[in-house]
Design a protein. Structure first.
Length: 279
């Protein structure tokens, strides 16, 4: 089935298929394109799992447990502190242990409340691990289709117990070859070390056939670039890219990965099994 026929049946693929077909024609391939990526590395939070929803629920549960009203101003105070500490961690300016010890300690000080910030952090992480919210109803279907033709894995910044539980209970883990969490790997994105270790564990040598997919320009996309990988910025809210980090691709729907991972004939067979192509 050629691109125009496919697009009539699956209109949401039209922009991506047209771009790739045009590129193939420019390269003298008569409008046909071959699947380039046999291994796809996914970020977890706000790419596959809805971290914003999980954080909101876990934070509210934590604040209520410690007798603090989870109003909008209080929640924003925590998020501002937490996001700044995570930025410092990604830049290598602080250690993971400092983030865990400091974020709720600073938060309690900021709202002039008494309490043990370290204990509060432990409670919060336990609550967070119980919220395996997906980014959307189609996430597992997309992973199921992609796993038929490629090796999938997760590379995520976070805490081992929290991330593995959320990935397992959400169903995401069923389609993954492996999961690489920064706490266990002792390296955070965008440091290339976590990608190097993941690719070694997966037995992948040719990085030209690896695609990193994530919503974070500074962590996922910059990390992929640092590791010599092509990257795909998942941008469902159509946020503006300030231009400091340039992804290879940009998508608003995970289904837009299909033309990057599936060969043209495979796109017509979405829903069928045992279609994995060989490296």
């Amino acid at each position: 089935m050629m691109g125009s026929q496919l697009c009539l049946r699956q209109g949401w693929l039209l922009p991506v298929v047209e771009r790739m077909a045009a590129k193939a024609m420019a390269e003298g391939k008569e409008g046909r394109f071959m699947a380039k990526y046999y291994c796809v590395l996914f970020d977890a939070d706000n790419t596959l799992l809805n971290f914003d929803a999980a954080e909101s629920k876990a934070l509210a549960e934590t604040l209520v447990n410690y007798g603090i009203e989870p109003d909008a101003e209080t929640v924003q105070t925590y998020r501002t502190i937490n996001e700044e500490l995570w930025r410092q961690l990604e830049k290598g300016q602080i250690k993971r242990e400092k983030l865990m010890a400091e974020r709720f300690t600073r938060f309690l000080k900021a709202i002039d409340a008494a309490g043990d910030g370290v204990e509060m952090n432990r409670f919060y992480l336990e609550q967070l691990s119980t919220h395996p919210d997906l980014m959307g109803p189609d996430v597992l279907d997309v992973l199921r289709e992609l796993s038929e033709v490629a090796t999938l894995a997760v590379v995520t910044n976070g805490f081992q117990k929290v991330q593995t539980r959320r990935l397992a209970e959400s169903g995401v883990l069923n389609f993954m070859e492996d999961v690489f969490v920064s706490e266990k790997m002792d390296s955070e994105k965008p440091n290339r070390r976590i990608f190097d270790a993941a690719l070694r564990a997966l037995g992948v040598e040719n990085r030209e056939h690896v695609l990193m997919v994530g919503d974070g320009l500074s962590s996922d996309i910059q990390g992929g670039v640092n590791a010599g990988l092509d990257t795909c910025w998942y941008n469902p809210r159509h946020a503006e890219n300030p231009g400091k980090v340039v992804p290879t691709y940009e998508i608003a729907d995970l289904k837009e990965l299909y033309p990057l991972v599936m060969e043209q004939e495979e796109l017509a067979n979405v829903g069928l099994k045992n279609r994995r192509h060989q490296c």
